[in-house]
Every structure is written in structure tokens, then in C-alpha cells.
Design a protein around this ligand. Structure first.
Ligand code: ADP
Ligand code: MG
Length: 381
């Protein structure tokens, strides 16, 4: 039995804002599920519906074996960190940490000890006597987090809990949340709009857009087999190239023709999926791992005829260094289309010219449109 489930939740705000449009979700006992998606897609509303702070127009919310929509928040065994956390202004940080936990304290449990130790791990141990107004935004956020960890509940909801923290503290706090969640086998729904945070912490990720969940899967699965173009785009660490074109069948194999008249033979493993698709318009999604480059004035003199005919002449127009990874932005000389590759070895300077080569085994074919289905995905129909 899932620890938490949402069945077909609809929520409309005044002025006909459809915040949630048929959200269905199951969170397993002891699972850390990340809800990810762009701003305004309905993440906070989903958490508020689970917590009972928002009443859905229709649908059901179950926590453990109870139906809880209709119950007030305090009867749901839910702990939540809000996006802009409100602390009790007249209480010290320490009292703020302890307050929600007091009624639930078990015999022999030293709450102060527990709260202090979480506070130390989040580097707010020296602030326990202060009042919330004497704290920065990031410090308040850590107080809220320490409070949730001290209290814990059957179901823990965290709404962008690290948004105001600087990078070093963010990764420290992220690993504290994860180890706490593992240690207590706590069920958690963690909201973020940050794809890296999502991939790092999640047991499973649900990607939302416009009030709907588009896919719920493990980080590896959702990254490797995104159900549609939006999911691929959202979870990519950098810009993804999407190349529209046409399919053609020649001598039993499938060929992709792009708008600039280049053609690529498609991997034979795609055959069944392309036949099932039955249309000719497709879009290839290419992450940097699917695009390689060679630096030279002339097309590669490779004996490999195939590679030679599909080399795209391009110019380096930008660099993006993430600290671990150097990406290069390229512009195709014929049509100004933008491409991203990894830099291998020495990074060519801006203005350098070369040729791009596509590794189709790393590409993903989609139906056209911003929500085009992944044609290889088992879900595609
Ligand atoms: P997210 O947390 O993913 O950024 P929200 O759940 O806060 O998104 O919002 C989803 C949509 O509902 C947005 O269009 C937002 O403007 C709207 N919305 C949220 N809360 C309210 C409210 N109380 N009244 C009216 N519209 C709201
Ligand atoms: Mg939000």
C-alpha cells in the first residue's frame, strides 16, 4: 500500500486558473519523491492539497490507509516546509525548533538534544537564542528545515527548502535531508524547480507542467527515457538541440532528412517504434553526449563515407563552464542553428570552425510539438 496517494486531483483558482488538472500520484512508504517542474506548474498547490491547506475541486487524497481530504491539516500526520517559511516571531530559534514537536514527544526522547544536533549540522547552532527577525533568509530556511527534521511525521512535504542557500550549504543540507530520510525511512515529497537537485536526491522524480504530471520514474529512467520532449528538456543540464525533419524508408532501413538536406540512417533498433508511429514528421532530441566535433577547415577526410556526408560545418560561439564540465555552443554555418557539445581536451576559442557529428545511438526521436512523445518509449502509442 502506498504511504500517500492522490487520485485525479483537480484544483481551479478564481479567474479560472486551472492549477491542477487530474494529478494522480503514488508515493511509497519510505520513499523520497521529488516533484519537479517550472515555476507555476502546480507543485506548491499539490503539496498544499496533500497537507489540507487547499481543498481540491475533485479527487481523493489518501495517507497511509486513510482517506484524508475532508480532514483538517492537524489530523493528517503531515509536516511541511513552505516556500517562504513563517517562523513564530516572538520565540527564539530554539523554541521555534521545539514548538511543533512538543505535543508528539515520546517518553525519554531528548528533543532539545535532537534539535541542537540538526541545528549544528545545518550551521545554525550558534543562532539558537536569536529571534527570527535577526536572521537572514537562508538562516530562516535552515531553521525551518531543522524544525521539520526534529519533528518528522508520517508524511513530510518540503517546498523548495534550499532555495535561499548558497551552493556549498545547499549540497550539505541536501545530503543531510537524504540521510535523515533514509535513517528514519521517512516518506517525503520534495519540491524543486532545479533539475540537478531533483536528480541528486530523488528515489523517483515526477515532472510536472501546467498542472499535470508527465512522468514519474527513477532518476536514471527518466533521464535516459524521457516520455516526451518537455521531460527531456526540463531534466537536461544544458541546452538540448531539437532537430525537426522527415522520415523515409529506403531499402528496408529508415533515414532521417533534416531541413538543411542532411540525411542520417537511423539505428536499426528503432525500426519497430518508427513503424508503429506511422507518420513522417519527427524531431530528434540531442544532448551534448550525442554531438561530437572535429576541428578543421575542411570536412573530415575519414574513409567513413557516412560520417563525411553528415558532418555539419559550424563555428564556436560560446563556452559554458559549470566547474566540472566545459560545454561549447556552436552555430551551424548554413542555418545558424545552435548546438551544444562537451569540450574534449583543450577548449577551442570562440570563432574557431569545425564539423559536428551526430551519434544517433545517443539521440531520442520525438513526435513534433513541445510535448511530442518519445517514439522509443514503451508508453508511446
Ligand atoms: P509552483 O509551486 O509550481 O510554482 P503553484 O502551485 O504555486 O506553482 O501555482 C500553480 C498555478 O496556480 C499558478 O498559475 C499560480 O499563479 C496559481 N495559483 C496558486 N495559488 C493561487 C491562489 N491562491 N490564487 C490564485 N491562483 C493561484
Ligand atoms: Mg511553488
Amino acid at each position: 500500500m502506498p504511504a500517500l496517494s492522490l487520485h485525479d486531483i483537480q484544483k481551479t483558482f478564481p479567474k479560472n486558473i486551472q492549477a491542477l488538472r487530474g494529478v494522480c500520484l503514488e508515493v511509497r512508504d519510505g520513499e523520497l519523491l521529488v516533484l519537479a517542474g517550472p515555476s507555476g506548474c502546480g507543485k506548491t498547490t499539490t503539496l498544499r492539497v496533500i497537507a489540507g491547506l487547499e481543498t481540491p475541486d475533485s479527487g481523493e487524497v489518501h495517507i497511509a490507509d486513510r482517506r484524508v481530504d475532508g480532514l483538517p491539516p492537524r489530523d493528517r500526520d503531515v509536516a511541511m516546509i513552505f516556500q517562504n517559511q513563517v517562523l513564530f516571531p516572538h520565540m527564539s530559534v530554539l523554541r521555534n525548533l521545539l514548538f511543533p514537536s512538543r505535543p508528539r514527544q515520546t517518553a525519554g526522547e531528548d528533543l532539545t538534544d535532537k534539535a541542537q544536533s540538526f541545528a549544528r549540522e545545518l550551521e545554525i547552532g550558534h543562532l539558537l537564542d536569536r529571534k527570527p527577525e535577526e536572521l537572514s533568509g537562508g538562516e530562516r530556511q535552515r531553521v525551518a528545515l531543522a524544525r521539520l527534521l526534529t519533528r518528522g511525521a508520517g508524511c513530510n512535504l518540503l517546498d523548495e527548502p534550499l532555495a535561499h542557500l548558497d551552493p556549498l550549504l545547499r549540497w550539505q543540507a541536501l545530503s543531510l535531508i537524504k540521510s535523515w530520510q533514509r535513517r528514519f525511512q521517512a516518506t517525503m515529497v520534495y519540491v524543486t524547480h532545479d533539475q540537478r537537485e531533483a536528480l541528486t536526491i530523488a528515489d523517483r522524480i515526477g515532472v510536472m507542467r501546467d498542472g499535470q504530471l508527465h512522468q514519474v520514474d527513477s532518476p536514471q529512467k527518466i533521464f535516459g527515457s524521457p516520455r516526451n520532449r518537455f521531460v527531456m528538456e526540463f531534466l537536461s543540464p544544458t541546452q538540448t538541440a531539437f532537430i525537426p525533419g522527415r522520415l523515409e524508408q529506403a531499402a528496408g532501413s529508415w533515414i532521417f532528412h533534416d531541413a538543411s538536406k542532411l540525411s542520417w540512417p537511423l539505428p536499426p533498433e528503432w525500426k519497430t517504434a518508427l513503424e508503429r508511429y506511422g507518420k513522417s514528421e519527427i524531431v530528434l532530441g540531442l544532448r551534448p553526449s550525442a554531438v561530437r566535433y572535429s576541428l578543421s577547415e575542411k570536412p573530415p577526410t575519414s574513409t567513413d563515407q557516412e560520417k563525411q556526408s553528415t558532418a555539419i560545418p559550424a563555428r564556436v560561439v560560446g563556452h559554458e563552464f559549470t566547474g566540472e564540465q566545459m560545454y561549447m555552443q556552436w552555430e551551424a554555418i548554413s542555418d545558424s542553428r545552435r548546438w551544444t557539445t562537451f569540450a574534449n581536451g583543450e577548449t577551442p576559442s570562440i570563432g574557431s570552425t569545425g564539423f559536428l557529428h551526430i551519434d544517433l545511438d545517443e539521440a531520442i526521436p520525438f513526435a513534433p510539438g513541445p510535448l511530442g512523445m518519445n517514439l522509443l518509449s514503451v508508453h508511446a502509442r
